[in-house]
Design a binder for this molecule. Structure first.
Ligand code: 3PG
Length: 306
């Protein structure tokens, strides 16, 4: 069967080589569509494929409709908000992600972002240190947990809001559980977001939460831009000149914010979180294994549209 890697932001070469090996050893054929600039290229490329490996590439209903033979889509990464799950499920197409595989890369970036903002985007002037400060983690999945570990190594106190983790489990990791999102924001000198973009979370990081943060607080977003209420952030930042925001996913209003807030805001030019060779290899090879496992043995571990 034909497996397509469709990546507008390509994997490292070593990851593509590894994917090819796994796919071919599994008895399948690999096709590549990298750095495409037009959706028409994706629509044409999926026409005859049975399996699809993607990153943040948008698999919308029209892409699924164009892929007449499609059986499985694997998002090499964590967040699958770029896949139309309803359209896939309607056709009986299995959708998976590769949880945990690129987490370390994202966690390292979150820490780097905290330091970058603490040192005024590396421009002259007094910065501040992470040691002794409180880091709030909004959710505690693979990435949140790693950020917590690394932050503790730097001498930070880590507090966590995570509905499905009990206090004892978090305490064993050296973290304190907080019961409400309001408390998390109120106590965090640094706050790192690790929630997916869902109907519940979109726009949930709002004015009330942001403006309740301690003096000099830094909000770090390696999750999704959609979780931020942009109007609320702008209002809070206009009222509070001490707050800072750094994100791996530029806001819709980013250009205006850069102009208005200067060094208090920063967005990476293109999402960098999973942009390491290691993360590409981990996530890409996991995706290839999951596809071969499904096509050859019907293994649906990691299916997200059950
Ligand atoms: C993820 O959800 O895994 C990250 O956002 C990585 O996205 P990317 O593969 O587009 O870099």
């Amino acid at each position: 069967m034909k497996v397509l890697v469709a990546t507008e932001k390509p994997f490292a070469k070593e990851a593509v080589d590894g994917i090819r090996k796994i796919v071919e050893e599994g008895g399948h054929e690999l096709a590549l569509l990298e750095k495409y600039t037009d959706k028409a290229e994706l629509l044409a490329a999926v026409a005859d494929v049975h399996a699809l490996i993607i990153r943040s590439d948008k698999v919308t209903a029209d892409v699924i409709a164009a892929a007449k033979n499609l059986k499985i889509v694997v998002r090499a990464g964590a967040g699958y908000d770029n896949v139309d799950l309803a359209a896939a499920s309607e056709r009986g197409i299995v959708v998976m992600n590769t949880p945990g595989q690129n987490s370390n890369a994202v966690a390292e970036l979150a820490l780097a972002m905290m330091i970058y903002m603490s040192r005024n985007c590396f421009t002259p002037g007094k910065g501040q240190e992470l040691q002794g400060k409180t880091l709030g983690l909004m959710a505690y999945g693979h990435i949140g947990k790693l950020v917590g570990q690394k932050a503790q190594a730097l001498g930070m106190k880590v507090i966590v809001y995570a509905r499905h983790k009990d206090a004892a489990t978090l305490a064993a990791d050296g973290c304190e559980k907080v019961e409400t999102v309001a408390e998390l924001f109120k106590r965090s000198n640094y706050l790192s977001l690790h929630i997916p973009a869902t109907a519940d979370t979109k726009g949930s990081i709002n004015y009330e939460l942001i403006s309740s943060m301690p003096k000099g607080a830094i909000l770090v977003n390696t999750a999704r831009k959609e979780v931020i209420c942009e109007e609320g952030l702008e209002k809070a930042f206009t009222e509070r000149e001490d707050l800072k925001y750094i994100t791996d996913i530029a806001a819709v209003n980013q250009a205006a914010w850069n102009e208005k807030f200067g060094n208090r805001v920063f967005a990476t030019p293109k999402k960098q979180g999973a942009e390491t060779g290691e993360a590409n290899v981990n996530a890409g090879l996991a995706a290839a294994r999951q596809i071969v496992g499904y096509l050859n043995n019907g293994d649906t571990t990691f299916q997200v549209n059950k």
